[in-house]
Every structure is written in C-alpha cells, then in structure tokens.
Design a protein around this ligand. Sequence first.
Ligand SMILES: *[C@@H]1O[C@H](CO)[C@@H](O)[C@H](O)[C@H]1NC(C)=O
Ligand SMILES: *[C@@H]1O[C@H](CO)[C@@H](O)[C@H](O)[C@H]1NC(C)=O
Length: 245
Amino acid sequence: MVPRWLWLNLLGALAVAAVRESLLNVCMNAKHQKEKPGPEDALHRQCSPWKDNACCTANTSQAAHESQSYLYNFSWDHCGSMSQKCKEHFIQDTCLYECSPNLGPWINPADTSWRKERILNVPLCREDCEQWWEDCKEDITCKENWHKGWDWSTGTNRCPHGASCLPWSLVFPHPKDLCEKIWSNSYQYTTFSRGSGRCIQMWFDPQQGNPNAAVAKYYSRAGRGTAACLPLALLFPAFLALQSV
Ligand SMILES: *[C@@H]1O[C@H](CO)[C@@H](O)[C@H](O)[C@H]1NC(C)=O
Ligand SMILES: *[C@@H]1O[C@H](CO)[C@@H](O)[C@H](O)[C@H]1NC(C)=O
C-alpha cells in the first residue's frame, strides 16, 4: 500500500503546480481584455506581434493606436500634441497591457471601479524602458503619475489645477522614473536585457515567437510576483508533520 505521507506529498506538489500553471497563459480581469487568450488574426499594426495568442480583440488593438480612443478616453496630448516617436511607445505599452497573455505572475487585485485586476512590478527589459524615455525626452507633460489626479470634468484627462506642462526630463529625470511612476508601479525597471529570459519585452519580433511566455514561466517557478505558492508550500509540510504524529 502507498503510505499516506507519499499521497499527501504528491497532492501538495500537484497543488503547487496547479497554482503555477494558473499564472501562465491568462488574461487579467480588467476593462477590455478577453476572458481567455486565443488567436486574433486581425490585430492592428503595433499589436500584431500578439496575433498568435492574445488577450485583446482586433477592435481593442485598433483603438490602442488612437490618441484618445474609446478604451479609456485618455488623451496622450494633454500638453499639446505628443511627438510621433514618443507616441509609438505608448501604443506599444497599450498593446502589451491589452494583448499580453504572459503577465500572470504580476496580476494583482485592483481597488478601482473600472477594473478588478491590475499588473504590478512587471520586470521590463532595460532597452524597452530606456528607448521609451529617450524617444519622449523632448516631449512635455504635467504629471508623473498618469493613473491618478487628473481633472476629468470634461470627459477626458486634463492637467489638474496647479500642474503646469514641463519638459519630460524634469518630470521624469531618468528612464526608471518614467517606467515605474507613470502607471503606479505597473512596471519595474530592470537591468536585464531583451532576450535574457528574465524581463518582459514590450517590443519583440514575432518571427521567433513571443519571448514573454518563457519569462512568465521563469517567474512563476521562482515564485516571484505572487504569494499564492508560499502558503501552500508551507501548509503541506505542516500537514504532513501533523499526520505523522
Ligand atoms: C468591433 O468592430 C466591429 C467591426 O468594426 C464592430 O461591428 C463592433 O461593434 C466592434 N465592437 C466593439 C465592442 O466595439
Ligand atoms: C471623451 O472626451 C471628450 C472630450 O475630449 C468628451 O467630449 C467625450 O464626452 C468623452 N467621452 C466619454 C465616453 O466620456
């Protein structure tokens, strides 16, 4: 007969594996994401790298390219028109946010009315962050945190009273400031490079597949970004100890 401790151990391992698996290939429960990821043949321009497996619909990918779309009615042009090269990074950021099925390890509950979940501390590849900052550094903005504190009285975000439009580099002195502060720590600046398998790429060449799938797998194993594995891993040995007395 198989001893009970062996069964329990197996059960524990399976439970931990199930939690890990649940972090992979998922869509967050936010405003526009699909319930489950799947193929989307018609994803628009910059969102097309995700077409084999995406959390966004073709409509969402189209809207991601507009300065003030129906998605959030959020205007990138709140201090005059944003430069095209800067805008491309915001489009890519929106594509990653709406389309990526590889953000599971960093999905957290959100305390806002318009979404149940958010991402927190997604380790962004340094080039993605640095190039974003580089291409926006001549632009102008009035706020460091673009999630909160706008004047929404007109239906779109306007600079709040007392917040003047300033050069980008005064608002965000370093790339890290931009990537971490703009969306309330949705991203974490890292020194990992694209292709390292240790950071999420906003930009990638789909010819080689989506590199972020392996990154999510790595961090779900490492137990980073989630506390879910820990109680289980601790619980089962304790349970075993109890059973053996
Ligand atoms: C998506 O786009 C299609 C075709 O353009 C349109 O018929 C449909 O209403 C759109 N759906 C949403 C949710 O906007
Ligand atoms: C979006 O913002 C514009 C102002 O730029 C406003 O007229 C419109 O009503 C807003 N749309 C929604 C859905 O709130």
